[in-house]
Ligand binder design. Structure first.
Ligand code: AP5
Length: 241
């Protein structure tokens, strides 16, 4: 599908963008891009990975159930994650739209989401954007990723280093590496992605809702392509002219 338009931030906040899904392998840049999309359109960024990690850090029941699965690079059960997303979508900040990062990840989750949106009376089908990145580039991005535990800003020691080694440019906190960014876990995550998440592309392609962007371009270029995809979908849905 081809994207066409792009707009300034003030106007963008008035567009009814509806549900947006970012698909992509671990390390494709979904978190980096979802934060920028959320800021541009004034919508919430819902990252199932972030919600799970937060629960693990707080040692909740959910966190205890998810911890071991995440540490070996596998997927948490569909029921657990669907329930978590159902709760988050009840919040009023989701009314004008939201961006999902890391969800859905299986065809079962995608079918559940379609049914859930219909049950909530949401007439807009999600705009699905796949961020495509090659295997070798994914490895470099995951092994080099560091993030700020305070403001969530994402860096890469090889590709997007902070100004001062291992220190957040924004708040000065020491950067941390995610537990699942160790090499042995990374290879499990990439395998699980191929086996269980790739069929999702086919699911959305069949429903004619899939946009593809080249995730190997600079962050700014990828963002511009994603904004164009979102806005051309809004034009097609009649919620942006
Ligand atoms: P989750 O947190 O969703 O991880 P993921 O999908 O593996 O994705 P990542 O966060 O690793 O990568 P990303 O695409 O966000 O890339 P980023 O922007 O950080 O899930 C973690 C775990 O939780 C799963 O393994 C699973 O166990 C569980 N889970 C989560 N959701 C689930 C679900 N729905 N069902 C079941 N289980 C679930 O970028 C990566 C690096 O690249 C960074 O260093 C960044 O600086 C750099 N970078 C980004 N863009 C560029 C660019 N254009 N050029 C150069 N460098 C770039």
């Amino acid at each position: 599908m081809q994207a066409s338009t792009a707009t300034d931030m003030a106007t963008a906040k008035n567009i009814n963008v509806g549900p947006i899904i970012l698909l992509g392998a671990p390390g494709a840049g979904k978190g980096t891009q979802a934060k920028l999309v959320a800021r541009q359109y004034g919508i919430p960024h819902i990252s199932t990975g972030d919600i799970l990690r937060e629960n693990v850090a707080r040692d909740t029941d959910l966190g205890r159930m998810a911890k071991a699965v995440m540490e070996r690079g596998d997927l948490v059960s569909d029921d657990l994650v669907n329930g978590m997303v159902a709760e988050r979508l009840k919040q009023p900040d989701c009314d004008r739209g939201f961006i999902l990062d890391g969800f859905p990840r299986t065809v079962v989750q995608a079918e559940w989401l379609d049914a859930e949106l219909t049950a909530r009376g949401n007439t807009r089908r999600p705009v699905v954007i796949s961020v495509d990145v090659s295997y070798n580039q994914l490895l470099q991005r995951l092994t080099g990723r560091r993030s700020c535990p305070v403001d969530g800003k994402i860096y890469n020691i090889y590709l997007q280093p902070p100004t001062n080694q291992n220190i957040c440019d924004v708040c000065g906190s020491p950067l941390v590496q995610r537990n699942d960014d160790k090499e042995e876990v990374i290879s499990e995550r990439l395998k699980s992605n191929e086996r269980r998440t790739m069929p999702l592309e086919e699911y959305y392609q069949k429903h004619g809702r899939l946009y593809r962007v080249n995730g190997e371009l600079s962050v700014e270029q990828v963002t511009a392509d994603i904004f164009r995809a979102i806005e051309s979908a809004a034009v097609a849905a009649g919620t942006h002219d």
